[in-house]
Write a protein that binds this ligand. Structure first.
Ligand SMILES: Cc1cc2nc3c(=O)[nH]c(=O)nc-3n(C[C@H](O)[C@H](O)[C@H](O)COP(=O)(O)O)c2cc1C
Length: 473
């Protein structure tokens, strides 16, 4: 049943709701890939599912543009209905399609067009960008609760599938909780709580506040996903424990390492470890630190080539900007040293239309193959050393840096300098940030995680792409 007793209007026909929907339709996903403009596209979703992602959101679709446009090219740049690949029941599910917008009728019209191609429709209430301010959507709806209620409720009542919502926190726990309850009353059947404020974006992104996420989880009865502060696998378990949430959603951490979730879902673990350890030069046991590292942090040039193979195999056209963006991020650990390859990657020009058959993507493939050759060379040179010997600690953040041939998170040097404050809670949030204890941070932060060592909280280790400004939508 659409069983939220607080909901005003009941949907026209029965559909699963809340935990029933979460379990029976979605399969109780814990490891979730975030909606990302130009980055959670079909090809990336295929790759991510191979590496343990259990639920994925599409990039946000502008409901006004979709509803107003009859142009097939424009529409298919958001979601390709023709090939049948997007939302395919066997290869692209579970899938949540995300929309942004501020007009209930247009939102409904757009969502109706895709309701048969996904498991739920999400509303983006978190985008803090200028473009969202101008268009009055995303986080800029945060001040208009009546409108938000209408946006959610019209989908709740009229769609055959559930509606969900992704939102940012307010400056107080009380207001955040009140807001989350309103979203639930309106009919949202899953809430994703991004633990940052609307103002925390770009260089000021800072840390997400897990305490607020926990308060949200405790105050609603629908499933809640926690979003923010996930760089390494160790952060995932910690986040689930400290927020009590049903799942963890990652955006940037997963973009830099598509294997962020690998091995976490049980049935997936054995498959992955088997395939990766067989190609491990050391042929160590699958429980050895090295093979563990390889399953969680595969060789990035392999991931890049695998991604390109997927792009080539699809009838759905992946945008050139998406491909380039992914390659820069995936191979980032080595691009800062292989500067000629970085330059070549930046200069590749591919036509913005047409199929990728017949070697159109060969310039990218060549760069990745060249990268692979160089990484194999470097790895060979390190043969005989244990992973522990190869791991270094970033001077500024104190985080682990794995060998440069392995996929791993990237964080830009924090601005201003890393600040550390005594932790009042152990949730690793930025809520109590303040005093700058300068270099002490470097010594304290030998943790393998994005969030804090037990006694201190890091402020501002935000991951950012090297080739483009940060987008925290
Ligand atoms: C490249 C990129 C594109 C994004 N696009 C969207 C989007 O379309 N919709 C949305 O709700 N959030 C979007 N976001 C925000 C993420 O979904 C997520 O809330 C945010 O990055 C915080 O998660 P993280 O700390 O794991 O990166 C985007 C983030 C990035 C990095």
């Amino acid at each position: 049943m659409a069983g939220n007793p607080a909901v005003n209007s009941e949907p026209a026909k029965r559909k699963l709701a809340g935990y029933e929907f979460y379990r029976e339709v979605l399969g109780s996903p814990k490891y979730v890939v975030a909606p990302m403009v130009d980055q959670s596209e079909l090809a990336w979703r295929r790759l991510s599912r191979r590496y343990g992602a259990q639920l994925i959101y599409t990039p946000m679709i502008n409901a006004k543009i979709w509803a107003d446009s009859t142009n097939k090219v424009i529409r298919s740049s958001f979601f390709d209905l023709d090939t049948g690949e997007e939302g395919d029941p066997t290869t692209d599910r579970p899938l949540i399609v995300q929309f942004c917008g501020n007009d209930p009728d247009k939102l409904l019209k757009s969502a109706k067009a895709l309701e048969d191609r996904c498991d739920a429709v999400d509303i983006n209430l978190g985008c803090p960008q200028e473009i969202a301010k101008k268009g009055k959507y995303g986080a800029f709806l945060q001040d208009d609760w009546d409108l938000i209620y209408k946006l959610i409720n019209i989908l709740h009542v009229n769609l055959s599938i559930p509606v969900t919502a992704k939102f940012r926190v307010f400056s107080t726990v009380e207001k955040t909780v009140e807001y989350a309850k309103m979203l639930e009353r309106a009919g949202a059947q899953i809430l994703t709580c991004h633990g940052r404020l609307r103002e925390q974006r770009g260089q000021n992104a800072g840390l997400a506040d897990w305490a607020k996420i926990r308060a949200v989880k405790e105050s609603v009865s629908v499933p809640v996903f926690a979003n923010g502060n996930i760089l390494f696998q160790s952060d995932i378990e910690k986040c689930l424990r400290e927020t009590g949430c049903d799942g963890v959603m990652s955006a940037e951490g997963q973009l830099y390492n598509a294997a962020l979730f690998s091995g976490l879902a049980q049935d997936f673990a054995s498959k992955l470890v088997a395939s990766k350890s067989s190609s491990s030069p050391s042929a160590e046991s699958s429980h050895s630190p090295l093979s563990l590292a390889l399953s969680q942090h595969p060789r990035h040039s392999d991931l890049a080539l695998e991604y390109l193979d997927i792009v080539k195999s699809l009838k759905t056209r992946t945008s050139v900007s998406a491909i380039k963006g992914h390659l820069f991020k995936i191979m980032r650990p080595a691009l800062s040293r292989e500067t000629d390859l970085r330059e070549r990657l930046g200069k590749v020009v591919i036509k913005k239309t047409g199929s990728y058959a017949d070697g159109v993507l060969q310039p990218y493939v060549d760069i990745c193959l060249e990268m692979k050759e160089r990484m194999d060379r470097d790895e060979k040179q390190a043969e005989g050393k244990s992973l522990d010997e190869l791991v270094t600690i970033d001077e500024v953040t104190g985080f682990r840096v794995l060998p440069h041939w392995l996929a791993q998170p990237y964080w830009r040097p924090p601005r201003p300098a890393v600040s550390v404050v005594p932790a009042k809670r152990t949730n690793g949030t930025g809520e109590d940030r303040g005093r700058d204890e300068g270099k002490k941070a470097k010594l304290d932060l030998l943790a393998s995680s994005a969030v804090a060592s037990p006694n201190h909280q890091v402020v501002a280790p935000v991951i950012a792409p090297v080739e483009a400004p940060v987008v925290t939508v």
